[in-house]
Design a protein around this ligand. Structure first.
Ligand SMILES: [Zn+2]
Length: 305
């Protein structure tokens, strides 16, 4: 019902919007998630305006389809989205409502970040009964600075195509950021490699940290959700508790937007520490510092084991 009401409201708004003036000289970039927005800010510099549709405490699988999001999309020159079906439940409908041909799939203003990324966990077959499985691969790559580097380079090129006057600056900033991110990725990976195998085991809430764990060489020994998007029942939780105890897992990782009661319970029963990860930089923290902070938080717990 909420969605229907929104569709009607958005349709009314969209009929009003074409009367607004086209964008000024500076490009307008709209990113779905805060991490991608921050990447775009750093590649764009002062040559484009960037805004995020979601806040770090919002689960990107779902979004409240607010009219303000339709308005932002209507005025955008570039839509930067994660892809791999992460936003499939809400973004296509918003883009249709926004009536902005620049952002339609295949247009120069539609930037699917996942196209630049090396994908993990591409399933051999897809069965929706298995939970919110993403058929193109696991979409949660924005935790991984190696993926961030590839996206920064891609953005540097894409922004330059929309605004050729600043193309060299976009490309340069994209390349510089990519270089910093790859250097950071290497340093942190080395640091974690010095831990013992037992210290490199973690548990997670949603199956969403595979890129982060792959980067840091960590092993996922248990997952609180039995299948992506499906909350755990008591039998599954008991199994998870057993797995954590057997492996003496130090850290249970989850994003801030997932419920914490099951994780708190598991942590209490096993002595593992619940590490709630911030799903995106806040207060304009730069992307390199944000990712370094994530690694430091996990390292502190794992190395103390
Ligand atoms: Zn997911």
């Amino acid at each position: 019902m909420k969605f229907l009401r929104f569709v009607l409201l958005a349709a009314c708004l969209a009929t009003l919007l074409p009367a607004l003036p086209a964008h000024a000289a500076r490009l307008r970039v709209v990113a779905t998630v805060p991490t991608l927005a921050q990447l775009a800010r750093e590649v764009a510099g002062a040559d484009a305006d960037v805004e995020a549709l979601l806040a770090p405490n919002q689960d990107p699988h779902y979004a409240d389809a607010k009219p303000s999001l339709v308005i932002a999309l209507n005025r955008a020159d570039l839509l930067l989205f994660n892809g791999l079906d992460l936003e499939v439940g809400w973004l296509p409908a918003l883009v249709r409502q926004a009536r902005n041909a620049k952002l339609l799939p295949g247009a120069a203003g539609s930037f699917d970040a996942s196209r630049w990324v090396q994908k993990l966990r591409v399933p051999a077959s897809v069965d929706r009964a298995q939970g919110d499985i993403h058929p193109g691969g696991n979409p949660h790559f924005s935790w991984d600075p190696r993926a961030g580097a590839a996206v920064a380079e891609g953005l540097g090129t894409a922004l330059g195509q929309l605004d050729p006057e600043h193309a060299a600056a976009f490309r340069q900033r994209g390349a510089t950021l990519a270089q910093q991110l790859r250097a950071l990725a290497g340093q942190e990976r080395q640091k974690f490699a010095a831990l013992t195998p037992a210290q490199r085991q973690v548990a997670v809430y949603h199956d969403s940290l595979v890129y982060l764990l792959d980067w840091l060489g960590l092993q996922q020994v248990a997952t609180i959700e039995p299948r992506p998007g499906i909350p755990p029942d008591p039998a599954h939780l008991a199994r998870v508790v057993g797995q954590l105890k057997a492996a003496h897992v130090a850290a249970l990782l989850q994003e801030e937007y997932y419920p914490r009661n099951a994780s708190d319970q598991v942590a209490r029963l096993t002595g593992a520490r619940l590490v709630v990860l911030q799903a995106g930089p806040r207060d304009r923290t730069d992307y390199v510092s944000y990712v370094r902070g994530l690694a430091a938080e996990i390292y502190a717990v794992q190395s103390s084991k």
